[in-house]
Design a binder for this molecule. Sequence first.
Ligand code: ATP
Ligand code: MG
Length: 565
Amino acid sequence: MRISELFGKTQREIPAEADTASHQLLLRTGMVSQVAAGVYAYQPMGWRVLRKIESIIRDEMDKAGGQELSMPVLQPLGLWQETKRDQAFGKGLFTLADRRQRPLVLGPTHEEVITRMVSRNVQSYRDLPKLLYQIQVKFRDEPRPKGGLMRVREFSMKDLYSFDIDEAGLDQSYQEMLRAYQNIYDRCGLPTLLVEADSGAIGGKDSHEFMVIAQSGEEEVVYCDSCKYAANVEKAESAKEKIKAEKPLPIEEVATPGVTTIEDLAAFLEVPQSYTMKTLFYIADGELVFVVIRGDLEVNEVKLKNVLHCYELRLANEDEVTEKGIVAGSASPVGVRGVKVVADDSVTPGMNFVAGGNKPDTHIKNINYDRDFQADMVVDIALVRAGEGCPHCEGKLSVAHGIEVGHIFKLGTFFSETLDAFFIDEKGVSRPIVMGCYGIGLGRLLAATIEQNHDDKGVIWPRPIAPYQIYLCPLYREDTKVAEIAEKLYDELEAAGLEVLFDDRVESPGVKFNDADLLGIPVRVAVSPRTLEKDSVEMKKRAGKDAELVPLIGASTSLKEIVES
Ligand code: ATP
Ligand code: MG
């Protein structure tokens, strides 16, 4: 490809709207162009990389036994109502109506469509297992699109769905996909960490995410410093700091004028925050829920949502709390009636907690679970923090930022039971198909690769997904010999099957080298009067420091070897 003909220009200035390296570099290299918030066009340079990622993914899916198919973006809303996932996705679902006012959605994922389709095609255990996938566009009306391609509203995803006769079959499909995913990330030059993930309220079983550890990542990953335990913070558990149980003391009211926060309360009474009890109010699908947790801990809203099996969860406002006769700033679970109470398992008996006094400027000391109040549920709903103990060993937990570049999920039989995808087993009994789903976002993978492979000059592409392999730049083009030899080398390199970006512009060496570095093509080849004096061209790897001379005779063969080494 001649740069003089290439559509899409490089840009020297750092775009003001971009604050992550990948977002800046995607714009500066001319790979993408923004159309709307969270909506991007890929220009030729970006599209080439995306297509390479796509072909690696396709190759690994095929090797794992996947069959490629294609499903529509347009889907009837009715199908989503059958599984109630219209509610689960909520405002994230793009909806529209056709000319007859029939409601449709733009698919954010394809479990419903594929399960319906499979139900029409699979009758017997002999039709199973099946691994079916597509690489196709998804639409999600994300509340906060950001980070360039990291979180967008329209994106290409590889989604594979597995269909098995039983759990053992699902386990096998799951392991197969796990391996295929690891191969994909390896081939893209992207180290990932496999972490346990939240499997949501739908009641799936295992779920794992592939995380790229990066400061710019919006996920938080919890990992143990001595065993293999790693989990998304949404799902992570810890061995909570134990506080020695004491003998329950008699309840005592204390005056606490003006004290409303846990910090103020602990300071006022001169006790650690872990001796206080925090109360919070949520609205779960319209119903008020009273939540109690030890004062030094925070509520993990994903865990809370899962234990409540609700679609929508938010903090309640003061009116919603007072409506139930509760004093919002000074509430205690003691004596609460007619409200669901969820207690974190940190609120165990023998703690002599301090909590609100159910009236302003008053707190109660020595509150003990069981003796003084009960909860409808005592479960782990706490957010894990760095420094807490590992739930599986004696190690300590750390927290890092990560980018989720893939998600695999044992769905079980929710979709097959809801959408009637049954098969007749060997004994003639009708059973629901056991499903799994496996997704990778292509654009986010591309962005994460840049995030992990760049320096202050630009991108450093891992070879398998580089848009071109060689950046050929004649310097001083007006020197006819340079131009002539560069043209000839360009033809030879292309004939040797290499992908060459030919900087045929009349520009200074500085401009050309800067663009070569910015675009991050693995091997740069310069032809100049100086190199020709030595009957050579100059070769420099983008990831390396030093340039070296390569003899002009046999240059295309030598360069091919260098590229492929
Ligand atoms: P997230 O937690 O980041 O919103 P998710 O858990 O909703 O993602 P899945 O439904 O598991 O995402 O989607 C599978 C993959 O699709 C993700 O691992 C990610 O690579 C990609 N993906 C999901 N949402 C987006 C998005 N808004 N923009 C770009 N890629 C996305
Ligand atoms: Mg996910």
